[in-house]
Design a binder for this molecule. Structure first.
Ligand code: ZN
Length: 145
């Protein structure tokens, strides 16, 4: 991990189950308890049926690159030192409308600038890996499947 990288808050009851699963190397997504629609990012109410009932379910961790960007300065100091790097948006296999943001790397602990952004292709199959970045925080990252 890059020195100075901001870490997510993992104690919010709304998304704590996501972070707890990530620490175990599992990807979970919130799902409506009434209509079973997946939703991400987590929120209290289903945008389809307005139910407050929900559960967390494991997903395969497989998806495809839906889009990507190459951030340029000005960036947070921790990221400015490693630019250029990639930020990809992954659509999940279970529901392509569920999209997660992360970095494409070659292995869980790989640096975010190890893959030349010019080689990234939209539609590439990817799978999730988890990098432990603090004692109780693991981040989802993506490798080519
Ligand atoms: Zn619903």
């Amino acid at each position: 991990m890059i020195e100075g990288t901001p870490l997510p808050s993992i104690d919010d009851p709304l998304d704590a189950p996501f972070w707890q699963a990530a620490r175990r190397g599992k990807l979970v997504v919130q799902r409506c308890g009434a209509c079973s629609r997946w939703r991400f990012p987590p929120r209290p109410m289903c945008p389809t049926c307005q139910s407050l009932d929900h559960r967390w379910e494991p997903v395969s961790g497989e998806g495809r690159i839906w889009s990507f960007v190459v951030p340029h300065p000005p960036l947070l100091p921790a990221f400015a030192q490693v630019a250029p790097y990639n930020v990809i948006i992954v659509e999940l296999a279970e529901d392509p409308s569920i999209r997660m943001v992360g970095n494409l790397v070659t292995a869980a602990g790989g640096p975010i600038n190890e893959i030349d952004p010019a080689t990234i292709t939209i539609g590439t199959p990817v799978r999730v890996v988890f990098q432990q970045v603090a004692e109780d925080v693991a981040l989802a990252r993506w490798v080519v499947a």
